[in-house]
Each structure stands twice: as structure tokens, then as C-alpha cells.
Ligand binder design. Structure first.
Ligand code: UDP
Ligand code: MG
Length: 308
């Protein structure tokens, strides 16, 4: 029988862990396969770990728990879970039941029928989410897809069923900056998406503030394209030409004895240029910082204890 690994990153999910496990097992118990559930406790400050350990004791051999030394972020938790997964098939799920377990058998069905290597899910609506957040999210997908070689599907969730080969491909990517939405697509393979309406989390709160999401989006852009560098080069070139013309005009005017009183103009130009230069330096800095992160080669997470 084949083995399905279910990876669940959790940060302060004391309210949802039990609910999640109950609805998950209700579905997978019906299926003709063995499964393991890998909970990753991403430095929760509440009793998430205790809840996980209770499940671990109650279901030996099925539940495994990775406990991080602190909060490293969802990407780190996801990576640890994928590394630990032993299954022939692997799926990643949020603990808050926003990823409906009923979709697991559906994903298997589609995978079998169409011979896919991956079956993903995407939200076709963003109901129950702040409007402004949805607006930024849509713009983000437009922007990143315009400049990247891979198509990051709008609304695609991390909830996906992958064959072993795909997981190995993802794990073979060694970068520190792990923008999983991109990595999942970058590795390729035959993939199909199931669609569903947005579902509200059963309990607890979202861990993503607007600022955190914005940072995440910027990281994605920096890690996947050099488009911002390309833009500043063009802006720089364009401004150089304008400035040359401007200087020529000033020269001609002063030769004709008609020098402008151009203090205000000059101040405006200086401020404008200063702004562009600072912005460009900032963008360069972002790339430099990412390069520094990669070169330093720190681990994405540290495990305090692995319960298995
Ligand atoms: N999560 C995590 N580490 C973090 C933030 C979130 O492991 O630093 C987990 C969280 O517990 C949940 C999943 O990632 O299982 C998705 O988070 P959340 O539901 O808050 O995000 P949203 O669905 O609102 O985008
Ligand atoms: Mg959620």
C-alpha cells in the first residue's frame, strides 16, 4: 500500500490542531492507503505543542512532531516537513481547515485519471478577506507573472498533492530564500488545479499581517526576477538623456545671453535625482541582502526535538 505524508506547519494553532486532526482522519481513514501526519510546531507561544504531543501519544506511528527552537516562519516549517516526509505522496495543509481535507481523495482521483504529477488547489474567490488585501494580491500576481519565466497561478494555495519525484525535485533546490509558491512551479511537472471558494479559518487568527504579506510579495519578486534592476537601468539611461538635453538648452540660452533664473528648476532636478538614486540604491540593497543571505548559508530552521 502506498504511504501519504501530510505536512502541517503550525504557529499558535492550539484551537485548531484537534479540530484539524479529527476532520482530516475522518477523510483519510476511508481511503485505501497508509498515512502519516507531520506536525511542525513553528515556535508557538501557546499550547500547540502539548496538543500535538497528545495526538502523537494517542496515534503512535501515524503522528510525528517536529518542534522548532523558535518561530522561523511558514516557509521553514514547510521545508522541515517535506524533508521529514517519507511518503510516496506528500501533501501540505494549513492547520486552520482552510484547506478542506475532502479534497484529498478528489486530488488522488484527478491525479490518477489525468496522469498528473501534482494536483494543486486554488481559491477562485477571496470572500471574507479585506478588499484592499485582495486588490494587492491580484496586482502582485499580475506583476510577478509579467516578469518571471514561470507562471505563478493566482490564488494557488500551498495545499497540493505531490508525487515523491516532485518533492525530491523541490528538496534539491538549495536556496535559503524559499518562496514556495515559486519553487512549486519552478520544478515543472504535469500539474492541474482544483478550484474552490475561499473558506474562513475554523478558529484562531491569521498569522499574516498586511505588512508581513507585503514583505513576502517583495521577497517573491526579488527572488524570482531581476526586473527591478532592469527598470532602474532604463530609468537611469532615460534620465541621462533628458539631463544632457537640459544642459544643452541651458548652454545655448546662456550663449544667447538669456540665462534663466533657474534656482527652483535646479532644486527640483536635484531633489528628483536624489530620489531616484536613493530608490535605486535601495533596490540594489535588496538584492545584495538576498545574496548575503544565500552566501551565509544559514539553515532555514533549527529543530529542538523531533518526536517520532
Ligand atoms: N504558520 C507557520 N508559521 C508562521 C505563520 C504561519 O507555521 O510563522 C502556519 C499557520 O499555523 C497555518 C499556516 O501557516 O497553519 C497558514 O497560516 P494562516 O492561516 O495564518 O495564513 P492565511 O491562511 O491567513 O494566509
Ligand atoms: Mg489560513
Amino acid at each position: 500500500m502506498s504511504l501519504l505524508s501530510i505536512v502541517v506547519p503550525c504557529y499558535n494553532e492550539e484551537e485548531t490542531v484537534d479540530l484539524f486532526y479529527a476532520s482530516l482522519t475522518k477523510v483519510v481513514d476511508q481511503m485505501d492507503l497508509e498515512y502519516e501526519v507531520i506536525f511542525v510546531n513553528d515556535g508557538s507561544k501557546d499550547s500547540t505543542l502539548e496538543k500535538m504531543l497528545a495526538l502523537y501519544k494517542a496515534h503512535p506511528g501515524v503522528v510525528r512532531v517536529i518542534d522548532f527552537s523558535r518561530n522561523f516562519g511558514k516557509e521553514g516549517a514547510l521545508l522541515a516537513g517535506l524533508r521529514a516526509a517519507k511518503g510516496d505522496y506528500v501533501t501540505v495543509m494549513d492547520a486552520d481547515l482552510q484547506d478542506p481535507p475532502e479534497y484529498i481523495p478528489k486530488m488522488f482521483e484527478v491525479m490518477e485519471k489525468n496522469g498528473n504529477d501534482v494536483v494543486g488547489t486554488r481559491r477562485v474567490s477571496r470572500k471574507g478577506e479585506p478588499k484592499i488585501r485582495s486588490w494587492f494580491a491580484r496586482k502582485f500576481y499580475k506583476l510577478i507573472n509579467r516578469f518571471t519565466e514561470v507562471e505563478i497561478v493566482d490564488g494557488a494555495r500551498d495545499f497540493r498533492l505531490m508525487k515523491r519525484q516532485v518533492v525530491d525535485a523541490i528538496l534539491s533546490l538549495k536556496e535559503y530564500g524559499r518562496f514556495s509558491k515559486g519553487l512549486f512551479v519552478w520544478v515543472g511537472f504535469k500539474c492541474e488545479y482544483l478550484e474552490y471558494e475561499n473558506i474562513k479559518r475554523v478558529a484562531g487568527e491569521t498569522k499574516w499581517s498586511f505588512v508581513k504579506l507585503l514583505r513576502y510579495a517583495l521577497d517573491g519578486i526579488i527572488e524570482y526576477t531581476d526586473m527591478p534592476l532592469w527598470i532602474i537601468s532604463w530609468v537611469g539611461g532615460f534620465l541621462t538623456v533628458i539631463m544632457l538635453v537640459f544642459l544643452l538648452v541651458l548652454l545655448v540660452l546662456s550663449l544667447l545671453g538669456k540665462a534663466l533664473s533657474s534656482t527652483v528648476l535646479i532644486i527640483a532636478v536635484v531633489l528628483f535625482m536624489g530620489g531616484i538614486i536613493l530608490l535605486s540604491t535601495g533596490i540594489l540593497g535588496e538584492y545584495l541582502a538576498k545574496t548575503y543571505d544565500e552566501v551565509r548559508g544559514r539553515p532555514n530552521y533549527i529543530i529542538r526535538k523531533f518526536y517520532e
